[in-house]
Design a protein around this ligand. Structure first.
Ligand code: ZN
Length: 663
């Protein structure tokens, strides 16, 4: 049926399921085609994987200043526990530790709310007291009692560091976020004033201000401390540099060598101009099969959207599937020229939107265990405009999600009728992949800012509106006959599968990820609710989409898919205008009206229906292991790929082998 079938070879016996706790399921992913790589490519993946793991502690520390200390303490309690492993306190402790591992700290990776331990403070204190001082992660000069005085409320008191990223625009989002991206006592106004002075609004090639910096207050003065070899996170960065250097020795070509060299120089100096130079070289290298990201990249963890969370992806090209995205990319200008937006906001020359499908080989930092299914980098607007960007769809991760979900009862519970379920079965996998391709290859790359518009003008709504723009672009074109003409889809109605799923998710099922009484917070979720709720309201008169009741259950019913597409085009036009003109007010009104508030009755219904299905709201992955094989003379002859590890063992091993920042 499909012109471009996803992976041809799927190992039906591969065991995707690893662990299950709280609201999380941990999966493993397969790395198909690894054995087809050359020895040098395999070595490169090994070295880059080491560089990826070496940065692990950075994200833990960025996420909260007590995280590394708490991790060490919890792991030592876990490893030395002598009591009853079936006691409720111990079970709750084990769950908490698994949650903390998954969150790279004491806050939920997605909601960013602090985890609530279900074990008692007494249990905790007893376990700490049972450990000898040598096993306690004490700060220099700190006693056990002092450590407990600090850490007990951090773990147990819900009012202490309650949220990692606070995006409530009515309060000081810097002072009220528990992440460690800003120093003690620093306020939002101080940070904004500090950067306002640094930024030159007329600079056509601005550096990414604050990307690798912690803004601190010293003797009442605001200043930046940078992440680099001799600065913050130096010991971890030293290890990263070592492994990047090893990777450079087996690079596939000179272009790749050049960008690795530049990345190392940037890690040594912390100079953001070098990071931009690296980003350009990296974006322009589309020839190499093995590729990676390693650095301070995405800024979702910063309430002001500036500081990059450390992450790493190591991957290599999936050649078959890449032909699909290459076709889309080669036609980027056609899509841009036909976009339903004001022509002055279109890019006259969409440059080098490179796209490929990759297999992930190692996930790390902010991209682990929870991970994205697509990446589009670099993030700097001017680099994207002048040099293009690299856009990837991660095939083996998408596939693992899909394979792990088969037969979980979701469609039977939430999809309105049998014909719609059939449509989803036939077309959702391919249209979901295409949605990601279009979102990453074209959506984020499309459109232009009007001269003089500050790229950060949309402030705390910037991420959600940018995701909305990319999603709307993707949704609009999924229904375009162009995809049939290009041979990517074979059925003009295939897009309806994605449209149905999008509305169902945005209006109902994503609420499963939110606790009762809470608002929608995360940028991608706000984006999805914004789009779905806006379409529902604007299409009300013509009954384009409805929420209907059957047997007391709510269902999404789509009556007119063509009109739904028109509405998508209209909203795309408005969101692009907001972005192009930097219209904060209009953007904020859209977000506040459609993206944030939750209908408590519907929310409860979704949670109840979900709870009967036993589907975890969040999923993530552990990595495979790579082992070097030597001959008798000590030469590396092969790299072996292994899958068998479980979640706990992997986390303990990472702490054992890759602790770089204290403890
Ligand atoms: Zn996106």
């Amino acid at each position: 049926m499909l012109a471009f079938q996803a992976n041809a070879v799927v190992d039906k016996n591969f065991d995707y399921h690893v662990d299950r706790f709280a609201d999380i399921e941990v999966l493993r992913y397969e790395v198909p085609e690894f054995d087809r790589l050359t020895l040098n490519q395999k070595k490169m993946i090994y070295y880059l994987s080491q560089a990826a793991q070496a940065g692990r502690d950075i994200i833990w520390d960025q996420n909260g200043k007590y995280n590394l200390q708490i991790r060490k303490l919890l792991e030592n309690i876990y490893k030395n526990y002598k009591g009853d492993k079936n006691s409720p306190d111990y079970k709750a402790f084990e769950t908490y530790l698994k949650q903390v591992w998954f969150g790279n700290g004491i806050h939920h990776h997605y909601s960013t709310d602090k985890f609530t331990p279900a074990f008692s403070e007494t249990f905790f204190t007893e376990q700490v007291n049972a450990l000898p001082d040598s096993m306690l992660p004490l700060l220099p000069g700190q006693s056990k009692a002092e450590m407990l005085t600090v850490l007990t409320p951090v773990i147990f008191d819900p009012t202490v560091m309650p949220k990692r990223v606070n995006q409530d625009g009515t309060i000081d989002v810097v002072a009220n976020s528990a992440s460690n991206l800003y120093g003690e006592g620093v306020t939002q106004t101080e940070v904004e004033e500090y950067y306002a002075k640094l930024k030159d609004p007329n600079d056509p090639e601005p550096i990414s201000y604050g990307l690798n910096a912690k803004v601190v207050k010293e003797n009442g003065k605001i200043k930046e401390e940078h992440y680099h070899l001799n600065g913050l996170y130096g010991p971890a960065i030293a290890k990263i540099i070592y492994w990047l250097d090893m990777a450079k020795s087996v690079a596939e070509n000179d272009a790749q060598k050049a960008y690795i060299t530049k990345l190392i120089d940037y890690y040594i100096t912390g100079d953001l101009r070098l990071f931009d130079e690296y980003s350009i070289l990296w974006a322009e290298d589309t020839a190499s099969d093995v590729d990676f990201v390693n650095g301070f990249i995405e800024s979702y963890g910063d309430p002001l959207g500036m500081t990059g969370s450390w992450e790493s992806y190591v991957n290599f090209k999936n050649k078959e599937a890449s032909s699909r995205t290459e076709t889309i990319s080669n036609n980027a200008q056609w899509f841009e020229d036909h976009s339903p937006i004001n022509p002055k906001f279109r890019k006259p020359n969409v440059k080098g939107v490179s796209a490929k499908v990759i297999n992930a080989a190692m996930l790390a930092g902010d991209a682990f265990p929870s991970t994205a299914i697509g990446i589009n980098l670099p993030n700097a607007n001017w680099i994207r405009a002048a040099h293009g960007s690299k856009s990837v769809t991660i095939e083996n991760i998408t596939e693992a999600y899909d394979m792990a979900s088969h037969g979980n009862g979701f469609n039977e519970e939430f999809v309105i009728d049998a014909p719609t379920r059939k449509m989803l079965e036939d077309y959702l996998y391919i249209t979901d992949m295409l949605h990601t391709d279009l979102h990453e290859c074209l959506g984020h790359a499309s459109g232009q800012l009007m001269p003089g518009v500050d790229p950060d003008a949309l402030k705390e709504n910037g991420s959600a509106l940018e995701e909305a723009r990319a999603d709307l672009f993707a949704l609009y074109y999924l229904a375009d006959p162009k995809l049939l003409e290009l041979g990517i889809l074979d059925n003009p109605d295939a897009y309806q599968a994605e449209y149905y799923k999008y509305m169902l998710n945005g209006l109902m099922t994503q609420l499963n990820r939110i606790e009762p009484g809470k608002d929608v917070e995360e940028a991608h979720m706000r984006n999805r609710q914004l789009i779905a709720a806006w379409i529902l309201e604007k299409g009300k008169k013509d009954k384009v989409v409805e929420l209907v009741k059957k047997n007391n259950k709510t269902y999404v019913k789509i009556n007119d898919y063509r009109k739904m597409r028109d509405l998508i085009g209209q909203l795309l036009s408005e969101v692009q205008r907001i972005k192009s003109e930097g219209d904060y007010k209009a953007g904020n009104e859209l977000i506040q009206k459609y993206a944030v508030k939750v209908d408590p009755k519907l929310h409860k219904e979704v949670l109840d229906r979900y709870s009967k299905l036993d589907i975890p709201p969040y999923r993530g992955f552990i990595n495979p292991q790579y082992e070097l094989i030597y001959d008798n003379d000590g030469n590396i002859t092969d790299v072996k790929l292994k899958y068998g590890e479980n979640y706990v063992d992997q986390m303990l091993r990472l702490s054992q082998d890759y602790t770089t920042l204290g403890f």
